[in-house]
Design a protein around this ligand. Structure first.
Ligand SMILES: [Zn+2]
Length: 63
């Protein structure tokens, strides 16, 4: 899976998820960025761990 994507973290990533960015796209929808995280950073505020069934709802892809 590679290393954790958090700044200055060199630990092995254990999960994949995403963060919601402050900026919005041209349609005013939220933007997200996929990230890998280690055991420590997956519990950080703002990081949403991918759980297959919930991803579409969280990312607003229900249309
Ligand atoms: Zn980390």
């Amino acid at each position: 899976m590679g290393t954790c994507d958090y700044k200055n973290c060199k630990k092995e990533a254990t999960t994949k998820g995403f963060v919601v960015l402050r900026e919005k796209d041209e349609k005013g929808n939220i933007k997200t960025a996929d990230m890998h995280a280690c055991d420590k950073h997956k519990n950080k505020d703002g990081f949403i761990e991918y759980v297959e069934a919930d991803v579409k709802i969280i990312k607003g892809e229900w249309e």
